[in-house]
Write a protein that binds this ligand. Structure first.
Ligand SMILES: [Zn+2]
Length: 379
């Protein structure tokens, strides 16, 4: 069993995972401290998830003897693992577990925020809830005062402090002579800001983030902004006010939340506007389920947009991956189409396979009149 963090690479790898034989059990478990703080509450959740899983296996048609045996064993194994002493999901707000003994798959993903508990048995991992979380973005928050620099990373629901960052920047700043008059104090502050900007870029190259927010005084801001590398400037969402030296990650998150939400709104707005501008003959936009699925099948999607929680039934071709809203046989190769309760899961997988960005729309209702889904096209 391997444990991984949720990011774009993990998501894309899971989207492309389609074992040649056997079924995959996908299990989402919430570790929301408000609801599932006690071991008993967690055990109850595990039981009801796995009971639901057992029911789903019974309902599945056309399962081979081996597949059924495999899934039954996988469910028992998941129950033992999730109730066992080895399962210590420290710091995670939820987990996703993917198990298929027949495909030799057992992977755990730590989630940055709680999820609706659910279990699913299919030919490939269920990844739509993960796509929604990745769409919320991978943030870096730099906190800067005249003496200190801190770095926190995470999502709008959780931030973790990168503790060595403060030491690294301070170490650099302490080199050289001691400040005695005001001019050299100013020079030291300048060096400190430069060091912070450079160290941030080093971190970014090692482990990239999507968006950057800076907590510093209005006085320090112009100096920092002018020293940010172009890679960082491009990702900058803005500045916010925060107590730099002593705020806990939770307090930083509270101070930053309005700016993060505003940036989210803006990002959704831009994608929606690009989509709308591209609608019509020859344009680079698509709207509605039929058209969007067709564009995904043609691998033309640059950004897939859909409303939060949107799901719709559809059909999928098991041999070539064609997806649509209805039909009995695949228009490409004539294979029999499989009925899906939720074709959006397949749409997300196809979008990730073509390296499309996924924007789950929370803040605007433009898609309401356009079938809840749309796309910006590459060509
Ligand atoms: Zn096909």
């Amino acid at each position: 069993m391997q444990t991984n963090e949720l990011n774009r690479d993990t998501l894309r790898r899971l989207a492309e995972l389609r074992p040649e034989r056997g079924k995959v059990v996908s299990l989402y478990m919430s570790l929301d401290p408000k609801e599932f703080a006690t071991p008993q509450a967690r055990t109850t959740q595990v039981h009801s998830l796995l009971d639901d899983g057992a029911r789903r296996v019974k309902e599945l048609d056309g399962l081979s003897h081996d597949d059924r045996k495999g899934v039954d064993a996988d469910l028992v194994e998941l129950r033992e693992f999730l109730e066992g002493d080895d399962f210590v999901p420290e710091g995670a707000h939820g987990i996703a577990a993917f198990r298929s003994s027949q495909a030799d798959l057992f992977e755990l993903i730590r989630l940055p925020r709680p999820v609706t508990p659910r279990i699913f048995i299919d030919d490939s991992p269920l990844i739509e809830p993960l796509a929604e979380m990745v769409s919320a973005g991978n943030w870096a928050l730099l906190l800067l005062s005249r003496r200190t620099a801190r770095l926190l990373r995470g999502s709008p629901s959780r931030l973790d402090e990168m503790r060595e960052f403060r030491e690294r920047v301070r170490g650099e700043s302490d080199e050289g002579s001691r400040a005695i008059d005001q001019r050299s104090v100013d020079a030291e502050v300048k060096d400190h800001v430069t060091n912070a900007a450079e160290e941030l870029h080093t971190r970014f190259r090692r482990r990239p983030f999507d968006r950057l927010l800076v907590g510093c005084s209005a006085e320090l801001w112009p100096g920092l902004e002018s020293r940010l590398h172009a890679d960082l400037a491009r990702r900058l969402a803005g500045r916010f006010d925060v107590e730099v030296e002593r705020s806990s990650p939770q307090q930083v998150l509270e101070a930053a939340a309005p700016v993060m939400e505003e940036d989210d709104r803006r990002r959704e707005r831009e994608a929606l506007d690009r989509m709308a501008a591209g609608l019509g003959a020859g344009g680079h936009g698509a709207a509605g389920l039929d058209e969007t699925l067709a564009m995904l099948t043609e691998r033309r999607v640059e950004t897939l947009l859909f409303e939060e929680g949107f799901s719709a039934p559809g059909v999928v071709c098991g041999s070539c991956g064609w997806i649509g809203t209805e039909g009995a046989s695949c228009p490409v190769d004539g294979s029999e189409l499989e009925q899906r309760d939720d074709v959006i899961e397949s749409a997300v997988e196809l979008a990730l396979e073509q390296a499309a960005e996924i924007v789950v729309v929370h803040h605007h209702d433009d898609l309401g009149t356009r079938g809840s889904i749309g796309a910006v096209l590459r060509f």
